[in-house]
Design a binder for this molecule. Sequence first.
Ligand code: ADE
Length: 228
Amino acid sequence: MMQAQVFTLYPEIFPGPLNKGIYSKAMTKKLWSLKVINIRDSAQDKHKTVDDTPYGGGTGMLIKPDVLANSIDQNVNNGDRIFYLSPKGKRFDQKFAQDLSKEKSFSLICGQFEGVDERVLGTRNIEEVSIGDYVLSGGETAAFVILDSVLRLLPGVLGNDKSPADETFENGLLEYPQFTKPQIWEEKAVPEVLLSGDHTKIKDWRLSQSEAITRDRRPDLWQKYKKD
Ligand code: ADE
């Protein structure tokens, strides 16, 4: 079973969307579990202070290193990977999701305010990870994105273990277009080749569609695909 841990100041918003559909079934089947840790529980003073102003000035507040380190030390097993969600982290992608899906357990730290004291990242060997080039108000939504993309790769979570293989990004290309019944809808017909029953031809058509879409929409992926 994969164990995911989330450190947050808003524990009540978890498991949120992960309590629905395939993820709640997978939890019942004990394919994964989620432990949610309230960072505030590790605050030492009677006001349960978790943040303070940055040295050197500037706007916003930072999560205090002592509070966060206490929370980590009480909850993370030695050797487990710990990620801090931040726009300046290493970019999360499908390959990252595949790597994470092989871990037995990992932790995600959700920041709020302006961030965390830098020292705690170094002393606790924390990897910074970003879900994209935009700024969120906190790491919680990013944690949902990461968990969703990782958990669906666990064997048994999706009904059909084979299905991730064909998807967008799995072969470095965007996915080909798909069609279902009715065969003619609003005077538009499904591409002939898909009705042919010729699996080689269908495979070739899908690959050429994937290539055309990727070339058009994602020149960055296209360049990489052509090189590999
Ligand atoms: N927290 C704020 N912005 C973020 C981003 N882009 N990725 C991950 N965590 C974040």
